[in-house]
Design a protein around this ligand. Structure first.
Ligand SMILES: [Zn+2]
Ligand SMILES: [Zn+2]
Length: 376
């Protein structure tokens, strides 16, 4: 295991890895979302994963460019491994072609065995590597996948012959000068597995704005409303699972009350992972209501003039924690958002009068409703 340094900025809530603002989701959450998006809208949802990997990792990979091609590539592959994407190796490098083997590919992990290749986000990232390396338009295709029983995933990166289009919203925020505001956190990298452990979880270190960019890619495919509903329902479910796990730890002898513990953990988790700084504004014990503001919400990065609030995943996280907190089905609405020009985002968590509990059946039904909605 190698030690990695992460720095948390107490003033603006950014978390920095190697001098660049980052967000650190669980290793499994992004591929899990990809799988669920695919189950709802079909294979076309995979385009959002590919495009995000390609356009959002490219500015970062550009900073690693060296004169020597081989050195450049080695540096990029090592860097991707440190970020937790897997253990990567180049097995063939030509003028306008390369072959990359990925052991323990993050993209394949939560997938059941299938007859399809699933690593579209990784393919996008490797296409970006190819473009930085060759200086021309490249694409990437997965040819073997762990999900098909292969010991590793294999990718072919090749020239597509079109002009390169650069996306303007993918920018890298470098570390600020004021060191006195920075708090150091540790993460640990396993170079053999290509995994990074942060806060006891295998995690991905993504450039800040990556997850919001994925949301915009989905929006460009499906429109705002279906994406809002989909991200909200899916994230609420996983956030509720996380919150319930924390709550059960209480039974193992924690001193705080479950309510305090959950609120503290929600705030801590969000800050540590670079998702934003939540501040509780209204909370009365016994009343199922919570109002909070979130500074620097990860969900709003890169949006400049949105007409409506865009932090669906942040709202869903609050709803999931709220549900565990109050022991009843809670929902969350975002009432102010940085994406629409406010200084921070504001969320209100309230008891949903129409649903008593979020049972498995009602969840299945909402997924079905969404499938109908998105098949327009
Ligand atoms: Zn794969
Ligand atoms: Zn917002």
């Amino acid at each position: 295991m190698e030690k990695l340094d992460l720095y948390y900025d107490r003033v603006d809530g950014n978390i920095y890895h190697e001098g660049l603002a980052s967000e650190i989701p669980d290793r499994i959450s992004q591929p899990l979302l990809q799988r669920r998006v695919e189950s709802i809208i079909g294979r076309r949802g995979l385009k959002a994963s590919y495009n995000t990997g390609k356009s959002y990792m490219k500015p970062l990979l550009n900073t690693l460019h060296q004169k020597n091609k081989k050195e450049s590539l080695d540096l990029m592959l090592k860097h991707l491994s440190i970020r937790g994407f897997g253990s990567l190796k180049c097995t063939e490098l030509k003028k306008d072609y390369m072959k990359i083997q990925v052991n323990n590919c993050f993209n394949a992990l939560p997938q059941p065995k299938s007859d399809k290749k699933v690593c579209f986000e990784m393919a996008g990232i490797l296409a970006a590597c190819g473009e930085v390396l060759m200086g021309e338009g490249m694409d990437c295709m997965e040819t073997e996948c762990i999900t098909q029983g292969n010991p590793y995933c294999e990718f072919h990166v090749f020239k597509h012959g079109l002009r390169i289009k650069e996306k303007k919203d993918a920018e890298i925020k470098p570390i600020p000068e004021k060191e006195e505001n920075l708090v150091k956190h540790n993460a640990f990298h396993d170079p053999y597995k290509g995994e990074t452990i942060f806060e006891d979880n295998s995690s991905l270190i993504l450039p800040q704005g990556y997850l919001a960019h994925y949301q915009r890619e989905l929006e460009s495919l499906l429109g705002e409303r279906p994406v809002r509903d989909m991200e909200y329902i899916l994230t609420k479910k996983s956030s509720l699972t996380t919150a319930n796990t924390i709550k059960n730890k209480k039974l193992a002898g924690y001193l705080h009350t479950p309510t305090n513990l959950l609120l503290r953990e929600m705030v801590k988790k969000s800050r540590m992972r670079g998702f934003g700084v939540p501040l509780i504004q209204e909370f009365y014990p016994g009343k199922p209501y919570l109002r909070l503001i979130v500074k620097n919400s990860f969900n709003a990065h890169g949006y400049s003039k949105a007409r409506k609030p865009v932090c669906y995943r942040m709202a869903a996280q609050c709803a999931g924690f709220g549900t565990a907190l109050f022991n009843k089905d809670m929902d969350c609405i975002e009432t102010r958002c940085r994406a629409t020009g406010d200084s921070c985002c504001e969320f209100r968590v309230y008891a949903n009068p129409h649903r008593r509990t979020q049972s498995g059946r009602s969840h299945k039904r909402s997924i079905q409703e969404m499938a109908n909605l998105t098949s327009l």
